[in-house]
Ligand binder design. Structure first.
Ligand SMILES: Cc1cc2nc3c(=O)[nH]c(=O)nc-3n(C[C@H](O)[C@H](O)[C@H](O)COP(=O)(O)O)c2cc1C
Length: 199
């Protein structure tokens, strides 16, 4: 498979950057080709524009859509910010997976204009997993993204992996990076599942 990893972090020394690198190493070890979209390094503009609000797709969005067209699997790596996506990832999703290209209806979230692609979200988070589960944050993120959004993009199967405690001990971080490697190594084929495998 050809695997596109989309990284949202301005700091190459961040945990998010390390998570993306380990995931890609795993995917390569499994025999996949890899491509990195480093959104900050490339200067992607996350702001929705007047041009696209009028239905005209700008060149930078077309370039991202070309990258997606090449991919059989997509992995988004972004740190959890206020129980949501940071602005860069949010803008990339809003602008690139557009109405008329990714989807053209809202009544069935499992119907997309795009071919099935394996989808993974790797999300470093400061909170511990017990905090996240006790408060129901994991469930609400799963509902919003895995259930409510990514089916429109054709992602199947899709998986959300919260990398909880990413600001913790070195051992903890190492274990999380090993998990990223394993996820890259064991990526399922597109279309090999309908319902998400929430992590
Ligand atoms: C603006 C901001 C908001 C954050 N919000 C959350 C949050 O809602 N939940 C959480 O668990 N961690 C939150 N964090 C912690 C980050 O997820 C954590 O710093 C990040 O995963 C560490 O990875 P990095 O080295 O790649 O930045 C937040 C951090 C920042 C800077």
């Amino acid at each position: 498979m050809h695997v596109l990893t989309v990284l949202d972090h301005p700091n190459p020394a961040s945990f998010s950057a390390a998570a993306a690198a380990r995931f890609m190493e795993g995917a390569q070890a499994a025999g996949h080709t890899v491509e990195l979209a480093d959104l900050h390094a490339e200067g992607f503009n996350p702001l929705w524009t007047l041009q696209e609000s009028e239905g005209d797709t700008p060149k930078d969005v077309l370039a991202e859509q070309d990258r997606i067209a090449r991919a059989d699997a997509i992995c988004l790596v972004f740190p959890l910010f206020w129980w949501g996506m940071p602005s860069m990832t949010k803008g990339w999703v809003d602008r690139v997976w557009s109405w008329g290209w990714a989807y053209d209806q809202l009544d069935d979230r499992e119907v997309s204009l795009q071919k099935p692609r394996t989808g993974v979200l790797l999300i470093p988070a400061g909170a511990r997993s017990d905090e996240i589960e006790q408060e129901g944050y994991g469930q609400s993120l799963d509902t919003a993204w895995i259930k409510g959004t990514l089916g429109y993009f054709g992602w199947s199967p899709r998986r959300m992996e919260l990398l909880c405690g990413s600001t913790g001990s070195l051992d903890r971080r190492q274990a999380l990076l090993d998990r990223c490697h394993q996820i890259g190594l064991t990526l399922p084929e597109p279309g090999s599942g309908t319902r998400p495998n929430a992590g």
